[in-house]
Design a protein around this ligand. Structure first.
Ligand code: PEP
Length: 254
């Protein structure tokens, strides 16, 4: 499994709206040799939609996986500008980020939409990375658990346990994303442990033991080790620090 937790460590790069073709290809050729021999860890690169194919080709023959940053829930139809789960599969994706806080904040994604996207991902055998996390005001008023539960929107309840087992939950406090101000590992661990208990209450302990929980929010090569020492944190979703092959490789090799 590659880890004492019995869960495979998963490190995902969220490139957001960065990296055009030459940068994306250059990243992959620089990055792959740096992570050679780390196949015990699951590593996922999530470029923007237009570069999925190019990155897939650059990853050919390697164990590093391709993911997308978003999806629509319908398979096809009159949804101008959207990308369907079928298209993501066709482009070679195995993972997809769902409900990132930037989508919720700037593109008015509701919990209901996130839930539909999650179901669509599971139905198409795309491994979803479901992002949840509170704002600073919500944290300061003691509402973290309430908010995170609402963001999950009964998701586990409406999915078969086998699908829940494959789910990756990324706990990303909004105030820590792109700010250079990461959460304290012990605080992130408290939320991760609570998330796991919640999944356990809904689906039983064996399922909860297998669900992987990432921390996200200003992860760097310097602080990844302290998050990975926490018992319920199984990996990281990395934004800014994933744009440099050297830095992201250092994170993968923590
Ligand atoms: C993210 O976009 O999911 C993220 C965690 O960003 P950053 O690492 O830049 O805070």
């Amino acid at each position: 499994m590659g880890d004492v937790r019995g869960r495979r460590v998963i490190l995902a790069a969220n490139w957001k709206m960065n990296q055009v073709t030459a940068e994306a290809i250059g990243f992959i050729s620089d990055f792959l040799p740096r992570v050679q021999g780390r196949e015990d860890r699951e590593v996922v690169i999530c470029p923007s939609f237009p570069y999925l194919r190019a990155v897939k080709e650059a990853l050919e023959g390697s164990w590093v996986k391709l993911g997308a940053q978003n999806l629509h829930w319908a398979e096809k139809g009159a949804f101008t500008g959207e990308v369907s789960p079928l298209m993501l599969k066709d482009a070679g994706c195995q993972h997809v980020i769902v409900g990132h806080s930037e989508r919720r904040q700037h593109f008015a994604e509701t919990d209901e939409m996130v839930n539909q996207k999650l179901k669509a991902a599971v139905a198409h055998d795309l491994l979803p990375i479901l992002c949840v996390g509170e704002t600073l005001a919500e944290r300061e008023t003691g509402r973290t658990e309430e908010v995170v539960l609402r963001q999950m929107n009964g998701t586990p309840k409406s999915s078969p346990p086998a699908a829940v087992t494959k789910l990756v939950i990324a706990y990303e406090p909004v105030w820590a994303i792109g700010t250079g101000r990461s959460a304290q590992p012990a605080d992130a661990q408290m939320v991760a442990a609570w998330l796991r208990r919640t999944v356990g209450e809904l689906f039983g302990v064996p399922v909860a033991e297998r669900v992987r929980i990432q921390y996200g929010g200003s992860v760097t090569a310097m602080n990844i080790g302290s998050f990975m020492r926490e018992a319920d944190i199984d990996g990281a979703l990395v934004g800014g620090a994933s744009l440099s092959p050297e830095t992201f490789a250092a994170i993968v090799n923590f």
